[in-house]
Design a protein around this ligand. Structure first.
Ligand SMILES: [Zn+2]
Length: 403
């Protein structure tokens, strides 16, 4: 089996000839200490931290950084001057929950993400192929733009569809461009395949930026005839975090830039293999590095070495740590209904309103009701359905959430 392209990328980035566990640990400790020295000199949010650690194990002793800290003190995390900032992302990261925060990137941060994306995409795309991209293209340096640049680096052709086209427009692009692979969020891909999948030329897909329920993943893989390449990224690590290799068993972390940890509810590290909250220390971010940042994502670090032979750690991410009803819970039970194209969920008071695009089936409202009933009592659910035609668009342009 081909070794993950990520280890090769780390070697190229760090100017080393081969990657071993010891080399990686030394590299991380060196970068972490350089970062601690820098933030001490800078005198911002991290000025009380020690200037030097003798081992990565000592990272456990440092305090956490939270989303609230970023929301309240964004500028106090900034290294260097404002002139080095190439891009700022503002807003909440997960649906409508969580504090609004600003994240800063330098040109170097964005370039690192582009080449990191290229390494991940190279697992499924070769030079000369065509890649349909349905991530947002609203701004230069945004997610869609960075992915398109990564695709071009591989000598492949990006089709910049974006996240706001109707199913008819996407269907036309599918016929004209005959894309070999897809990069975007998972449910819009399933919706597209359900709407016009009979003419699809897609053979592979890299899905990211949202939870991919198991039932959704299974059906997409049946359509494609191949396993998905999930990617994990978040704004705090310049949109790129971990990518899937040919083994399809977890995602390799860009460990030269990110030290991942998993903590339990007592905030103590858990054993590899156990689920908990993902905490990241972004030693490779140039202008806004974070130390022990609590992502709010439920994840685990896989304990066994990857069958591909790569050294970089692998994570599996399940979604947000949240006791409340999540959109992924609704998606998981509803997309089992084959006639469902898309669904949007919104609370009006304590009633959950579900708006569904469907391709037919007179009984579909009863089907939806039946599947959602274990999550909420029947009198707390209101369902409306509409036959999906070519003018309809994905009901979410970004990450899915309950409004
Ligand atoms: Zn691997």
């Amino acid at each position: 089996m081909k070794k993950s392209a990520l280890d090769k990328w780390i070697c190229a980035q760090e100017n080393i000839t081969c990657l071993t566990g010891d080399i990686l640990e030394d590299l991380q400790l060196k970068k972490l200490n350089a970062l601690l020295a820098k933030v001490k000199r800078r005198g911002g949010f991290y000025s009380d931290l020690p200037e030097h650690l003798t081992s990565l194990r000592e990272l456990d002793n440092l305090p956490f950084t939270t989303a609230e800290d970023l929301a309240e003190n964004a500028a106090s995390f900034l290294l260097g001057s404002q002139s080095e900032v190439s891009r700022i992302i503002s807003g909440v990261t997960s649906g409508t929950t969580g504090p609004s925060k600003r994240i800063f990137y330098s040109d170097g941060d964005l370039e690192n993400t582009v080449t990191f994306f290229a390494a991940g995409i190279s697992e499924m795309t070769a030079a000369g192929e065509t890649v349909l991209i349905t991530m947002p293209f609203a701004v230069s340096g945004g997610l869609g733009d960075l992915i398109a640049r990564a695709v071009e680096l591989l000598g492949a052709k990006p089709v910049r569809a974006g996240s706001d086209l109707s199913y008819a427009e996407l269907s036309e692009i599918m016929c004209l461009e005959c894309p070999d692979s897809y990069i975007g969020m998972p449910i819009p891909l399933l919706s597209l395949l359900r709407f016009c999948g009979e003419n699809s030329t897609l053979k592979h897909a890299l899905v990211s930026a949202d939870v991919c329920p198991v039932s959704v993943q299974r059906e997409i893989e049946d359509f494609l005839g191949s396993s998905l390449f999930p990617h994990y990224g978040l704004r705090e690590c310049c949109l790129g975090g971990a990518v899937t290799c040919q083994a399809h068993e977890g995602m390799h972390v860009r460990e030269n830039h990110i030290i991942p940890e998993i903590i339990g509810i007592d905030e103590k590290p858990v054993r590899n293999g156990d689920y908990g909250e993902l905490v990241i220390t972004t030693i490779g971010m140039e202008v806004m590095p974070l130390i022990r940042y609590k992502t709010g994502d439920r994840a685990r670090i896989l304990a066994e070495p990857c069958p591909c032979g790569a050294v970089s750690a692998r994570i599996e991410v399940e979604g947000r740590l949240d006791d409340n009803l999540r959109m992924s819970d609704i998606d998981e039970v509803l997309f089992d209904i084959k006639e469902l194209i898309d669904v949007k969920a919104e609370f009006a008071g304590d009633v959950l309103e579900l708006k569904a695009y469907v391709s037919g089936n007179a009984q579909i409202r009863e089907e939806i009701q039946k599947r959602v009933s274990p999550l909420l009592p029947a009198d707390k659910i209101k369902i409306s359905t509409q036959i999906c035609d070519g003018n309809c668009k994905s009901l979410y342009v970004g990450k899915r959430f309950i409004g």
